[in-house]
Design a protein around this ligand. Structure first.
Ligand SMILES: O=C(O)Cc1cc(O)ccc1O
Ligand SMILES: [Fe+2]
Length: 439
């Protein structure tokens, strides 16, 4: 799996040919009268034809059969908790914490990536192309002779347990915990797993994930473009007669049969592509003098809204790093935010709450919902000797931060049975230390 080859770069215009079919890309034009090897040319548009050049994304695929060759879509039965209905539950402004979400039951039942999708929270509507959804996947078997694509938006996939072996129309990639991948709107993919697997998905309806601007940081730092990896062209040469394409369309799943695999792309060129990124390559920037920087300093990718600096969703990580600030309360500050903060944990423990927030679980601090370090963290950091120190060693927490107000689904609030009713208690023992004389 890990021997797959990749093209390096973010936002590049790539060209790739399956190595078994050299010269399969047309030269000098996109639509020759007859394509090399008599392939069909198909354009996949990820932006309006007329989008400005900086945002214009599309890829030309050269394939054995056009994607249009399929039988009509029917409603897909299964994945009953993969539902983007934001009005199932009354709003809940409380601090929410979930214990680790279940892996598939060990009763021998096979659950693949699509069947194991569960929606936790979200906002907005794919029909008006505005909003987002946060899902948990939990699966133990591979997608055989089937592929999935999302008509509603992009998926950012964060594996927490188990390596995902992902076949896409563009080629194959292996995505392990502490790596992430993005599968943009419309790109077909299938997930193979060799063990029980679990992770988080951020789905955005508005637009695509991009690297954040760096401002005064300069031209380098945070997630560097050269560390993003896109698959090289590869097609499945098996003669598959019984193939299923599953589409998420307007929040519902549909399935169509066809007598050929969607993984039949021999060559492609363009800048609308799936990619992966290894979070350990993130170049961490932070305060080397005093005070706690806002977590935006850890942004890996962002899906911008039309309002300057205000994201539909940011993907932010809390990587292992040095902490050196002087005369500073070093952990995250107490906080009320006009944004929504959904956090997950890939590895280890999170610095602001070492107890109760476990790998594979989550927290949601909704708009203006107060939160911050628990008692143990506050007491410890208020009294700690401020020497340079490695923090978050062996851990990886992350945050999906959104300018939208997120509704929790019935599955998220009830059916999953993972909500920790005792979460609020972690702040109750904080003492009023106010004294009338200044220390
Ligand atoms: O734990 C959180 O709530 C996330 C968070 C981290 C941080 O370093 C500063 C602010 C913030 O909201
Ligand atoms: Fe916060």
């Amino acid at each position: 799996m890990s021997e797959y080859k990749y093209l390096s770069g973010f936002g590049s215009h790539f060209s790739s040919e399956d190595e078994r079919y050299p010269n399969s890309l047309p030269v000098g034009q996109n639509s020759p009268q007859v394509c090399p090897y008599k392939l069909y040319a198909e354009q996949l548009s990820g932006s309006a034809f007329t989008a400005p050049r900086t945002e214009n994304v599309r890829t030309w695929l050269y394939r054995k059969l056009p994607s249009a060759v399929h039988l009509p879509f029917q409603p897909f039965k299964g994945a009953e908790y993969f539902r983007q209905n934001w009005d199932e539950q009354p709003p809940n402004p409380n601090q929410l914490r979930w214990k680790p979400f279940d892996l598939p039951p060990k009763d021998g039942k096979r659950v693949n990536f699509v069947e194991g999708l569960h929606t936790v929270c979200g906002a907005g509507d794919p029909r008006s192309r505005h909003g987002l959804a946060i899902h948990i996947y939990s699966c133990n078997s591979s997608m055989d002779n089937s592929a999935f694509y999302n008509s509603d938006g992009d998926f950012l996939i964060v594996p927490q347990q188990g390596v995902l072996d992902i076949t896409t129309e563009f080629g194959r990639m292996s995505v392990a915990p502490n790596e992430i991948c993005v599968i943009p709107q419309g790109i077909r993919f299938a997930v193979n797993v060799d063990s029980p697997s679990r992770g988080y998905i951020l789905e955005v309806y508005d637009g695509h994930f991009v690297l954040p601007d760096l401002g005064p940081i300069g031209a380098n730092g945070l997630a560097n473009p050269r560390d993003f990896e896109t698959p090289v062209a590869w097609f499945d040469d098996r003669d598959v007669k019984d193939f299923q394409v599953i589409s998420k369309f307007q929040g519902r799943l549909f399935v169509a049969k066809q007598n050929h695999s969607v993984f039949d792309v021999v060559a492609w060129h363009g800048n609308y592509v799936p990619f992966k990124y290894d979070l350990s390559k993130f170049m961490v920037i932070n305060s080397v003098s005093f005070d706690h920087c806002d977590p935006s300093i850890f942004t890996v990718l962002t899906c911008p809204s039309l309002r300057a600096g205000t994201a539909i969703a940011d993907f932010v990580i809390f990587p292992p790093r040095w902490s050196v600030q002087e005369h500073t309360f070093r952990p995250p500050y107490y906080h009320r935010n006009c944004m929504s903060e959904f956090m997950g944990l890939i590895l280890g423990k999170y610095e602001a709450k070492e107890d109760g927030f476990a790998a594979g679980g989550a927290t949601l601090h909704s708009m203006m919902t107060p939160h911050g370090p628990d008692v143990k963290c506050f007491e410890g950091a208020s009294n700690a000797k401020l020497v340079p120190e490695r923090v978050a060693e062996g851990t990886q927490a992350f945050m999906f931060e959104s300018s939208l107000s997120l509704a929790v689904t019935k599955w998220g609030e009830e059916t999953c049975q993972k909500l920790d009713a005792a979460y609020y208690e972690c702040w109750q023992a904080l003492k009023n230390n106010f004294q009338i004389t200044k220390n």
